[in-house]
Design a protein around this ligand. Structure first.
Ligand code: FIX
Ligand code: ZN
Length: 421
């Protein structure tokens, strides 16, 4: 069915962009099987690390970091609420996001009464809230971030049946193996793998066995790591050996992509704990070298610095085994999502994964997707409009196809897997 006017085209794109089910290919969420690891509710939302760092901007020297960390979650939430919502207006992306969530959950935002919101959610079970939030946000499939070195999480996989919810899939996270090798060796040894700090044949075998066993146990869809911006590849160092001799061979054996999230500088202000991480410039040529050396290995890549985005997108024109994804963390703001989505579509057409949520608290799916869907829809509509002016009229089916590629198919196709129903 051809769409005859630009106005109808724009309305159609907006409607479909806002409502199409999506695959969220990187989050820190869990299915209900994981008990307390699944964070949800008003207090968890307010103590999100994005909001913690923003509220400290309004605290003076008298208020110590230690005092904040000594508070209960509820007290921390009240403190943040006062600073960011009562004493100032919640215009930042993360603060605005909390308001979007309240609004979509059906709460009276104008009452500004936190306890009402808390009470309204108190009677819900975790499973009910998971269903409700997935319904409101139209998120169909959620990728978790799964770390076997986390004792609480490991127990779920080893002794409590792992993930049983088909709406969730696992991604095996391997940060310590690449970024904190001495600690990883300790962990591996305590789990019964004969690894040594020295890079020996035996260590390669045991690391590979560890990775393989966990990929199978979790049914992990990809291997994932976050890297500092000074990651270089190839180099005469531990990371290069680990990637070349253990991680890529294991990914190839299991036919799964390797996801690299590059450009984080951890704990620039340790007082802020998880909220104290920063972004830094990265070297795109590390990804270039990986893509060239391993043409049959797929790489999912996102970078944290704005300054790297254009070059990374250009690199994806050169390597079909590179899939650029998401507007990560500090880039997950209106202006950056718009800018990045524009030049990604201009350079790659629709062969990109424009967004992932990176949610840590379940209800965040509501705002992160609502805000991004709107922008992605607008950018796509502006591209169709230019075509329309030359007489090329997209059909509703074509709009659906394109959005489905952006929101679902590009991920599943890259994996070489069927999207679960
Ligand atoms: O490394 C990551 O996966 C990051 O996304 C997180 O560590 C970060 O804290 C975050 O939540 C960003 O959105
Ligand atoms: Zn993340």
């Amino acid at each position: 069915l051809t769409i005859e006017s630009v106005t109808t085209m724009k309305e159609t794109v907006e409607r479909l962009a806002m409502t199409m089910p999506v695959t969220d290919m990187h989050t820190h969420l869990f299915s209900a099987d994981f008990g307390n690891l699944l964070l949800w509710g008003i207090d968890e939302l307010l103590i999100y690390h994005y909001l913690i760092s923003e509220s400290f901007r309004w605290s003076d020297d008298q208020e110590s970091y230690d005092a904040f960390w000594a508070m209960s979650k509820r007290e921390q939430a009240d403190w943040i609420w006062n600073k960011l919502f009562i004493e100032h207006s919640p215009v930042s992306e993360a603060a605005n996001g909390f308001i979007t969530i309240l609004h979509r959950l059906g709460f009276d935002v104008s009452s500004r009464n936190l306890n009402d919101y808390r009470e309204a959610l108190a009677s819900r079970t975790t499973a009910q809230q998971v269903d409700e939030v997935l319904r409101i946000s139209n998120v169909k499939h959620v990728l978790m971030t799964n770390d076997p070195f986390d004792p609480e999480e490991r127990d779920v996989w080893l002794n409590r049946g792992g993930n049983t919810d088909p709406r969730f899939s696992a991604a095996l996270r391997v940060d310590a193996l690449l970024n904190d090798w001495p600690n990883a060796v300790q962990q591996l040894r305590s789990l019964g793998y004969e690894a040594s700090e020295e890079w020996t044949e035996r260590t390669i075998e045991e690391v590979s066995r560890f990775l393989s066993e966990w990929i199978v146990r979790m049914d992990a869809l990809y291997l994932a790591v976050s890297m500092p911006g000074d990651f270089v590849y190839p180099a005469e160092d531990h990371r290069t050996r680990m990637i070349d001799e253990a991680m890529v061979p294991v990914c190839q054996q299991h036919g799964i992509p390797f996801a690299l999230m590059i450009g984080v500088r951890r704990r620039v202000n340790p007082e802020l704990r998880l909220a104290g991480d920063m972004s830094m410039d990265s070297d795109v040529s590390a990804v270039e070298a990986l893509c060239r050396r391993y043409p049959s290995q797929k790489f999912l890549v996102t970078m944290l610095a704005r300054s790297n985005q254009h070059e990374l997108t250009v690199l994806a024109r050169k390597f079909r085994n590179l899939m650029v994804f998401g507007c990560w963390w500090f880039l997950h703001i209106e202006s950056m999502v718009e800018e990045m989505t524009k030049f990604r579509l201009e350079l790659l057409g629709t062969s990109v994964i424009p967004q992932h949520s990176d949610c840590r608290v379940f209800e965040q799916l509501i705002y992160k997707w609502e805000h991004s869907r709107r922008i992605i829809g607008q950018v796509l509509a502006s591209k169709y409009e230019r075509l329309y002016n030359s007489g090329w009229k997209v059909t509703e089916e074509e709009i659906k196809r394109d959005l489905d590629d952006l929101f679902n198919r590009n991920f599943w196709r890259f994996l070489g897997k069927e999207q679960p129903e």
